[in-house]
Design a protein around this ligand. Structure first.
Ligand code: CTP
Length: 413
């Protein structure tokens, strides 16, 4: 499956028959907006396209017309176009507006409330949520004028996807590439998703822990944190207030999540304990170290000839602590843990569910080609009511599906 196919399958349920206005700005990245439109249409959305004058220098309106299967709005002052749907019609009809690419100039004009072409006029007239997908030269992106425009746009509630980092058409390398079309489509779908976690507090733990035996050496594991971070962003998209308690990873936390960085299993346990009261859902996606060195040297251990022995002791099992703490509590969060298994996945997960007194175990297959460090995952969700198997897919998609399974249980309580 290509990333495009994957995202279409992921968001079909969210985008079917939803009315999306794609506003195309004038930059070389306009060609990538074609693919975004194609994916929106494949996912069942009703797509209208509006183009700035500059955008039409990069891609012909006919291209977007063929892809969206609808006439393209190009001219605010065209009697024929205004007769058809017009800028107010476009603005009113849209349930979501996606501006891709949002060039530096277009961002500045939206910020100022300019309405001198079909795109800016529709944006000024719409009350629908707006997703901006910036694309510009890295220096333009970093310029104080653009930074300020962007701050203002964000403070008005405009959402953002990208920019990505990498080589750009202008020859520079850095931040400023348009987000990939499938990432734009996913971000748009999430804006339209039902807010079934609105008003709910969700705690997600993610990443590995580090168990030090001297100030500069530790024992850890290769968890990337991607699964937990994907769950945190999915929960945010569904309206939750999210606390992300994270071991050291190289990912940036989703905007709007409260990030609480920790290093050791003991720090993670303490953070969870301090913050769990009032939570509606706790997802322990972190790969918490099961053992830590019994002694931590206060100075760097010098090497000496021959073998060295480090004695390990068990860390506290955070899930077990939570399961016990809430066992008879009248109001308890839904508790979900993960399990890494190489065989007898469901049996082991069931055993963990009972032993740790939790509500769900998401069992990962970590054999060859399994989850650790990979972009994809394949899991079975085990609850007391039964099992749900999620077939191999991106961690973003799996995260969404895990919440599909967990959220009804949270809301029912
Ligand atoms: N966990 C925890 N505290 C620990 C260790 C693990 O809360 N000290 C949580 C993890 O975040 C995860 C689940 O428990 O949600 C994993 O359970 P674990 O028993 O460690 O399972 P496996 O890693 O699969 O290990 P094993 O099969 O060896 O027991």
């Amino acid at each position: 499956m290509t990333p495009g196919d994957e995202v279409v399958a992921e968001v079909e349920g969210l985008l079917k028959e939803r009315r999306i206005l794609v506003a195309v700005g004038g930059g070389i990245a306009a060609y990538k907006a074609c693919e975004a439109v194609r994916l929106f249409v494949r996912a069942g959305a009703e797509v209208h396209v509006a183009m700035t004058r500059a955008a039409q220098e990069f891609v012909a309106p006919l291209t977007f017309q063929a892809l969206s299967q609808r006439p393209v709005a190009t001219d605010l002052l065209s009697p024929a176009e205004e007769q058809q749907i017009g800028h107010i019609g476009l603005a009113d009809r849209a349930e979501l507006v996606v501006v891709a690419p949002t060039t530096a100039d277009l961002a500045a004009r939206i910020r100022m409330g300019v309405a001198d072409d079909i795109v800016t006029a529709a944006l000024l007239a719409t009350t629908a949520p707006v997703l901006l997908a910036p694309a510009m030269n890295v220096h333009m992106w970093e310029h104080p004028a653009t930074r300020e425009n962007w701050e203002v746009l964000r403070s008005r509630g405009y959402q953002q996807v990208g920019p990505d980092s990498g080589a750009m058409a202008c020859g520079h390398t850095g931040d400023g590439r348009l987000a990939e079309p499938w990432d734009i489509v996913r971000a748009a779908a999430r804006m339209l998703a039902p807010k079934d976690l609105a008003g709910r507090k969700v705690i997600v733990t993610a990443g590995p822990t580090r168990e030090f035996f001297d100030p500069v050496r530790f024992v850890s594991n290769p968890s990337s944190g991607r699964m937990g971070y994907a769950i945190a962003s999915a929960a945010l998209a569904r309206g939750a207030e999210v606390l992300l308690i994270s071991g050291p990873v190289s990912l940036s936390a989703p905007a709007d999540a409260e990030l609480l960085p920790v290093e050791t299993a003991a720090e993670m346990a303490q953070a969870v304990q301090e913050r769990v009261e009032g939570a509606d859902l706790v997802v322990m996606a972190a790969a918490v170290g099961d053992y830590r060195p019994q002694h931590v040297a206060s100075h760097k251990l010098k090497k000496s000839p021959g073998a060295e022995t480090v004695v390990f002791e068990r860390t506290e099992d955070i899930l077990v602590m939570l399961g016990a703490h809430f066992e008879d509590a009248p109001e308890r969060p839904l508790l979900a843990g993960f399990a890494a298994e190489t065989e007898h996945v469901v049996e082991h997960a069931r055993e963990k569910l009972e032993r740790k007194k939790v509500d769900a175990i998401v069992a990962n297959f970590v054999g060859e080609g399994g989850a650790f460090g990979s972009d994809e995952n394949e899991v079975v969700i085990v609850t007391r009511e039964g099992t749900t198997t999620l077939k191999r897919a991106s961690k973003e998609r799996i995260a969404w599906q895990i919440l599909d399974a967990l959220v009804p249980r949270v809301v029912r309580r």
